[in-house]
Design a protein around this ligand. Structure first.
Ligand code: SF4
Length: 507
């Protein structure tokens, strides 16, 4: 049994501020919590790496991390001791007051002032960061160690890596002392309710907007059991509050949305699809879209990593840095598509690499693209943004890259505008829904790597050396996934040609 047993910590406090039932589950029903996903694990790993880098901004500190995260007793006693011995910097300093624990990322003393510093891997200060910091301030104050200043140390998104990471330039210190002090009355008000939670008294709290604000709650599977798994009012696209309005009226399924309910045109398509299995095909607009495309037509897709800590020189935190592309090309109407692909060597993103991976990518783009012809992408703004960053980083190739950027047309527009809609798209214009809706034999569910986040995390783990699978096989899976995205565009375009041709015949 710990000498200082705690019921509330900063993460539990933020959980309780979102929803007391969520904190109740955290405390007494952890069996309901789904296992940590690969994506969550990747975020935790990044958080740890950022924490270590942040310590280098205040070097030479003593690390009081506990041996186990269930018992901070030694860390609490040692913190008190080393503060009294005038230790300038402490990592993971721990404070305690009446069942509430505060474990602070960095405690630093500067010019006679005591600074409390919390490290976050975001680029801005968010409301829940302030809640977390306000609790820590409260515990520090109650235990007799009030900080003079409270800072949030977060990522500086203007930082451009050149050589080894410079922690002082990578992070920004935001002084949040005034906000945190202002929130003390609120903390005092919240704590008794949170501390009084008992194992045999599950709070009676209904689902609401709080289930996704500020975080998607881990317990949705439990609390949202009564919501239909498909075509519920929460599947209404761009609902903007309509979902909660319908829910408050006791309507759970889209088939029960009353006629005449205020909907956008695309939402009406979705409801008509669910209620009457109605499709909508606007042949005229599709024909106009298809007409402006010029051959050879390129179907193009990038995969990127966007690491909080930039990996390549010349890149910024969270910048979308391409490591792969897939390209299908159709030279003339009716001809079959040719495929090419680029997949970088992860070693080239490290000091062990023999080549600049972005330069290799640009060189292959030069081989793969001729000077004319439409480039189709799905959500083209993404590909154009990545290319613009490449043009800035490689001015000698800017002319070539910029003329590519000008040739893009967005295939997604057809589906986003609602010109082509079938009920199987479930209100979505994402290619992950549109492709299987029109070509059911081609789904992303059957792929080992089936979405961009998995592709990105996989390649990043290869760069960072944490990848444990079969690299040859995984490279094949990465290539397969990206190829499917551009092959999907070839098929969708063919279908649009068929519809557009029909429109000509109808006239
Ligand atoms: S799903 Fe919603 S109601 Fe249930 S615990 Fe989470 S936030 Fe609370």
């Amino acid at each position: 049994m710990p000498r200082y047993p705690h019921k509330i910590s900063k993460s539990r406090f933020v959980s309780g501020a979102q929803c007391q039932k969520k904190l109740y589950f955290d405390l007494f029903r952890r069996d309901l919590k789904p296992p940590v996903s690969a994506q969550q694990q990747a975020l935790f790993d990044t958080g740890h790496e950022i924490g270590h880098l942040a310590q280098q901004v205040f070097p030479g500190g003593i690390d009081l991390s506990p041996k186990t995260y269930y018992d901070f007793s030694d860390a609490i006693d040692q913190t008190r001791e080393v503060i009294h011995k005038d230790q300038q910097t402490i990592y993971e300093a721990a404070f305690y007051h009446e069942e509430v624990l505060a474990a602070l990322d960095i405690l630093h003393h500067e010019n006679g002032e005591r600074w409390a510093i919390e490290v976050k891997s975001s680029t801005t200060v968010k409301d829940y960061h302030l809640q977390d910091a306000a609790l820590q301030y409260w515990v520090m104050q109650q235990s007799g160690f009030s900080p003079d200043k409270f800072f949030l140390m977060h990522i500086n998104n203007a930082y451009v890596k050149q050589g080894p990471i410079d922690p002082k330039a990578l992070f920004t210190l935001s002084d949040i002392t005034a906000q945190v002090k202002e929130m003390q009355a609120w903390v005092t008000e919240q704590l008794p309710n949170l501390k009084s939670l008992q194992a045999n008294q599950e709070p009676d709290i209904s689902i609401g907007k709080h289930c996704a604000d500020p975080f998607e709650c881990d317990y949705k599977q439990h609390c949202w059991k009564h919501i239909p798994s498909k075509d519920s009012v929460f599947d209404l696209k761009n609902a903007r509050g309509r979902e909660w309005d319908l829910y408050s009226k006791g309507i759970l399924h889209l088939s029960n949305v009353p006629d005449g309910y205020n909907l956008t045109p695309n939402q009406q398509l979705q409801i008509d699809g669910v209620k009457y299995e109605k499709s909508h095909i606007d042949e005229r607009n599709i024909a106009s879209f298809v007409e402006v495309l010029t051959y050879p037509i390129y179907y193009f897709d990038f995969e990127t990593i966007n690491s909080a800590i930039p990996i390549l020189d010349g890149t910024k935190p969270f910048q979308q840095v391409p490591f792969q592309y897939s390209l299908h090309r159709v030279n003339a109407p009716g001809e079959s598509a040719e495929h090419t692909a680029f997949l970088a060597n992860p070693l080239d993103f490290t000091e062990k690499g023999g080549a600049d991976p972005l330069k290799s990518l640009i060189n292959q783009l030069k081989t793969d693209f001729q000077q004319k012809g439409t480039i189709l992408a799905y959500n083209a703004v993404f590909e154009k943004t990545v290319l613009k960053a490449l043009a800035t980083a490689y001015p000698e190739d800017a002319d070539f890259i910029n003329q590519l950027t000008e040739r893009f047309i967005d295939l997604m527009d057809v589906f986003k505008e609602g010109w082509y809609y079938t009920p199987a798209m479930q209100g979505s214009y994402s290619i992950k829904y549109v492709l299987p809706a029109l070509f059911p034999e081609l789904s992303y569910d059957n792929l080992a790597i089936g979405n961009g986040t998995d592709a990105s995390n996989t390649f990043l783990s290869m760069i960072l050396g944490s990848f444990t699978g079969n690299e040859t096989l995984t490279r094949k899976q990465l290539l397969q996934y990206c190829e499917q995205d551009t092959y999907a565009m070839v098929l969708l375009h063919k279908e649009l040609i068929r519809v557009g041709y029909q429109s000509d015949e109808d006239e």
